[in-house]
Write a protein that binds this ligand. Structure first.
Ligand code: GTR
Length: 325
């Protein structure tokens, strides 16, 4: 992180701290890269309403949707420093700062979305949240959210790893994902979410990968990338985190309340998510996007070296994940 930004953010924290201590109410600034109305945004806003009601207005939440507080990587840095108090991000961008979570970021580590949900709802999910909290990252893992599965969209139909040859495909900023795309047959390029639309339009990249709600709401379908090949290669949960700086200022009771409401948000978001996948899939089809059924087996096999490379340190955990039925 550039020195100047660290200083700036540190100054902000220093200014904000006494204000918070004396203020009547604590206002939690919440960030999300997605626009208003997106399932994660709505679930966190509702969590904020409950928090406000339960504390008689002592703790409030203010949502900053649509990446107005920065792209995910930057917003995570701000959260680590305490300038953002709550953040809903993809676990993908947490991998480089808390390597333990990369077990969930590996290609085809979950059989399907239902499997992922069982894992995040159970003891393994709790353990991973705790690993984030216990890491030196200064983030507290509050809850999980759903992001369905990620599939490839490109300017031409893709059915096999051979079809991906020569295609430049945007991946999230985590070397694991670039390796994944390279193993799948394409050329992985890491890029911030906010840059993908114009990169697709100008031909800097030939495709990207995401779930249908993101593909639609980020307008990526309004580019030459009109073929949605259902590879389902990544099933990455979202994570809701709080800045450790803020967490440490809360009383034990408030911490427990935040945690409980975050878990409720996890469950609420899931229902919103299922509806939004159906909705946006229909909208994409109506807009002329071609959904391609893909035999995922060759992609699963092609990515075995990625699971071997990144999964070597998680062998026991991967076995426990696979055993969740
Ligand atoms: C979305 C996810 C975002 C962001 C985005 C991306 O599915 O919800 O948090 O990570 O993908 O591709 O950058």
């Amino acid at each position: 992180m550039p020195q100047r930004r660290v200083l700036m953010a540190a100054t902000l924290v220093a200014i904000a701290a006494p204000l918070l201590a004396h203020a009547q109410s604590l206002v939690l600034k919440a960030a999300d890269t997605h626009p208003a109305g997106y399932p994660t945004v709505v679930a966190v806003e509702n969590m904020g309403k409950k928090l406000e009601a339960a504390t008689n207005g002592r703790i409030k939440l203010q949502m900053f949707a649509g990446a107005v507080l920065g792209q995910e990587k930057e917003s995570v840095e701000q959260t680590q420093l305490g300038a953002i108090q709550i953040n809903r991000i993809s676990l993908g961008v947490v991998g480089p700062i808390v390597p333990d979570v990369n077990v969930f970021n590996m290609p085809f580590v979950f059989r399907d979305v239902a499997h992922m949900r069982k894992v995040i709802d159970g003891p393994i999910g709790d353990e991973l949240l705790q690993k984030v909290t216990d890491s030196p990252a200064r983030l507290v893992g509050l809850a999980w959210m759903d992001s369905g599965s990620r599939s490839l969209y490109a300017k031409k139909p893709v059915r096999t790893p051979e079809d991906l040859k020569g295609l430049k495909v945007r991946m999230m900023g985590n070397p694991l994902f670039v390796d994944t795309m390279n193993a799948m047959g394409g050329n992985g390029i890491s890029m911030a979410y906010g840059e993908v639309f114009s990169a697709l339009q100008t031909g800097v990249i030939d495709g990207a990968e995401n779930n249908p709600p993101s593909y639609f709401t980020a307008n990526h379908y309004n580019t030459p990338a009109k073929y949605y090949a259902q590879t389902h290669h990544l099933i990455i949960p979202e994570i809701l985190v709080m800045s450790k700086v803020t967490w440490d200022r809360l009383s034990k009771d408030d911490q427990a309340l935040v945690k409980r409401l975050a878990r409720e948000a996890q469950m609420e978001q899931r229902e919103l998510w299922d509806r939004s996948v159906a909705d946006y899939t229909a909208k994409l089809k109506a807009a002329g996007i071609q959904f391609i059924d893909v035999d995922t087996r060759p992609f699963y096999e092609a990515t075995a070296p990625v699971r071997a490379k990144y999964g070597a340190q998680f062998t026991d955990l991967m076995k426990r994940i696979a055993d969740v039925r």
